[in-house]
Design a protein around this ligand. Structure first.
Ligand SMILES: CC(C)(COP(=O)(O)OP(=O)(O)OC[C@H]1O[C@@H](n2cnc3c(N)ncnc32)[C@H](O)[C@@H]1OP(=O)(O)O)[C@@H](O)C(=O)NCCC(=O)NCCS
Length: 144
């Protein structure tokens, strides 16, 4: 665990690392259009990277909408999956949001990950919908 760190991206170089992971995972692997993947919210969101042995291998962003936090763009490079890195990122984001006293923490989860996020404390709410050509469902952290 000493080899793993999650950090807020603080400069352009760190932000570029985040965008690179997103490009590999969402654009190349999941075929999301690059016009959708990068959006206007990138300017104002908080971006995070997970480093394994000083190599950035995972990322996420948080959008703050009033007192609500929306977790987005959670990704781990394929070759580093299944090691608990996704959980470490999500736990870190939740802690960060709680520290910022957010009233709600939610996400539009990819539907195939519904059970995965359930294990991390999220509950699905509402109907399945499509975003970027992928099935999604809204999920809220805790009992909200
Ligand atoms: C989602 C993602 C970030 C998870 O990262 P990860 O580092 O592999 O996740 P973890 O190692 O923390 O979790 C793996 C665990 O989840 C389980 N899991 C994986 N996919 C699952 C699924 N679809 N449903 C339920 N459990 C699942 C694994 O079996 C494993 O369980 P275990 O801990 O009991 O062995 C990664 O798969 C990813 O980048 N996917 C592509 C991008 C994406 O879809 N992002 C989500 C946008 S909402």
């Amino acid at each position: 665990m000493n080899n793993i760190k999650v950090r807020l991206a603080k400069n352009k170089k760190e932000l570029m690392m985040v965008f690179k992971i997103r490009k590999i995972v969402f654009i190349k692997e999941q075929n999301v259009s690059k016009n959708i993947e990068r959006d206007e919210f990138d300017k104002t969101a908080k971006h995070f990277a997970l480093y394994y042995k000083n190599r950035p291998v995972g990322c996420a962003r948080i959008r703050f909408i009033n007192r609500k936090a929306k977790l987005e763009r959670i990704a781990v490079l394929k070759e580093y999956r299944g090691k608990g890195f996704g959980k470490i990122i999500v736990d870190y984001l939740i802690k960060y949001c709680k520290k910022k006293k957010m009233k709600k923490i939610f996400m539009n989860a990819q539907y195939y990950l519904k059970d995965y996020y359930k294990k991390l404390g999220f509950k699905p709410k509402g109907i399945i919908f499509e975003e970027a050509g992928i099935k999604h469902i809204k999920m809220y952290f805790g009992n909200k």
